[in-house]
Design a protein around this ligand. Structure first.
Ligand SMILES: Cc1cc2nc3c(=O)[nH]c(=O)nc-3n(C[C@H](O)[C@H](O)[C@H](O)COP(=O)(O)OP(=O)(O)OC[C@H]3O[C@@H](n4cnc5c(N)ncnc54)[C@H](O)[C@@H]3O)c2cc1C
Length: 377
């Protein structure tokens, strides 16, 4: 028995059972490596919402053996329309022509994505409903402390516990996520489709709103405000921000505002560090590199991370060195997404008149510049 077999015969530990943690557990399992996912929520707070998955996310799902599932549960996203607040079309992207059939983008409910990524887990053996409180390591082992006082150990610990990661905190000291340059907060909701045919984003003086069909009758909505925040108790202000937008927007938003319990307010925070690992602890997904969702790359990068990490663990005879090799393998792709996010955030913050003039030129160029490298797996 060689070193690698000895080390990976012990289950690895994964802190966080969101998209990144579940995808990592699945990718490891496909390579015959067991893991335990530690997750403190029975249901993610945003499980009722949807998510946009561009082509590279679909390729990652294919890699995870889930192509049939996303085919069944995802709604095809064939084209994007960027519109002004007076409904004028500023740019159209033919996503069908850009991505191949095998990589056709999809909108999917988050609960469905989480269920397909987690279907392989044996609830009694591979999942622990506990909160991670701390992490430590020595040369041979990583340890995780749980809220009940227990301590678990493994040859490798994966921090997939999201933008406010406890594992990152333990690894790097006091490290905070920072507000994104795009907007500090956003609102999300599901509503009856007011007549939207595909991915449609309206941009205006004080904010932008995306409506994305998730099935024949329902749209997912995402609202970001340009320079002001609307507190969780100030919902009526959203009516005011979007009062000059087209009827389709006002209809969907009015419906959402009439169902405030289903309206989801969240900060948009980013995480940018040069290092994602230390010894036997590796960060991935949002814990390593949360990025404002302008290019919808959070889930895609998290699932790509999972596939890459599992491959490195399976092929490595030095598990303590996997973290560094993972950083080498993944950082240039993530940096590309961060740079393109900053570029678009800059455009989004221009005065409305200028933005409206520039978008017909900037959007198609930025789309291609962002996604072209990501099409190459
Ligand atoms: C407004 C908004 C819109 C977005 N839209 C898109 C989109 O359209 N497309 C896209 O690809 N991405 C989008 N994203 C980003 C995407 O949601 C994230 O990138 C993705 O969820 C990252 O997954 P993750 O598993 O790394 O983190 P998370 O989804 O945050 O999962 C982390 C998990 O760890 C658990 N956890 C945390 N701390 C502990 C602890 N101490 N102990 C135990 N468990 C713990 C949490 O409960 C959670 O389940 C959006 C993000 C925002 C904010």
């Amino acid at each position: 028995m060689d070193d690698m077999t000895v080390e990976t015969s012990q289950p690895l530990l994964i802190a966080g059972g969101g998209i990144a943690g579940l995808a990592t557990s699945l990718a490891l399992k496909q390579r015959g490596i067991e893991s335990i996912v530690i997750e403190h929520r029975s249901l993610a707070a945003d499980a009722g919402l949807a998510i946009n998955l561009p082509g590279n996310a679909i390729a990652a799902l294919e890699n995870l053996g889930l192509h049939a599932d996303i085919d069944r549960l995802g709604h095809p996203v064939r084209r994007r329309e960027y519109r002004a607040q007076d409904d004028r079309v500023l740019a159209v992207i033919d996503e069908d022509a850009f991505w191949s059939d095998a990589m056709r983008p999809r909108a999917v409910r988050r609960a469905d994505l989480i269920a397909m990524l987690g279907a392989h887990l044996d609830a009694s053996a591979n999942r622990l409903n506990r909160s991670v409180k701390g992490v430590r390591q020595d040369a041979a082992t990583a340890y995780i402390q749980l809220d009940n006082g227990d301590e678990l150990s493994a040859p490798l610990l994966v921090g997939a516990d999201g933008v406010r990661s406890t594992v990152r905190q333990a690894l790097m000291g006091t490290t905070h996520a920072s507000a994104s340059r795009l907007a500090s907060a956003s609102w999300r909701f599901m509503a009856p489709n007011p007549g939207v045919d595909g991915w449609t984003l309206w941009t205006g003086k004080r904010g932008m709103i995306l409506l994305l069909p998730v099935d024949d009758r329902t749209v997912y909505g995402w609202v970001a405000l340009a320079s002001e925040d609307v507190g969780a108790t100030e919902l009526q202000k959203l009516h005011d921000v979007f009062k000059d937008f087209p009827e389709r927007v006002r209809t969907a938003l009015s419906w959402a505002l009439a169902h405030p319990d289903d309206l989801y307010h969240s900060p948009i925070e980013e995480v940018r560090f040069d290092r994602w690992s230390e010894g036997r602890v590796v960060l991935l997904g949002d814990a390593a590199h949360a990025t404002a969702p302008v290019w919808a790359q959070g889930a895609a990068l998290a699932m790509e991370d999972a596939v890459a990490l599992a491959r490195l663990v399976a092929e490595s005879d030095d598990i303590a060195g996997v973290g560094r090799r993972f950083e080498d393998a993944r950082q240039s792709r993530v940096r590309h997404v961060q740079a393109m996010t900053d570029r678009l955030a800059k455009t989004a913050r221009l005065p409305y008149g200028l933005r409206r003039l520039m978008m017909p030129f900037v959007v198609p160029r930025s789309y291609r510049a962002t996604y072209d490298p990501l099409r190459r797996i």
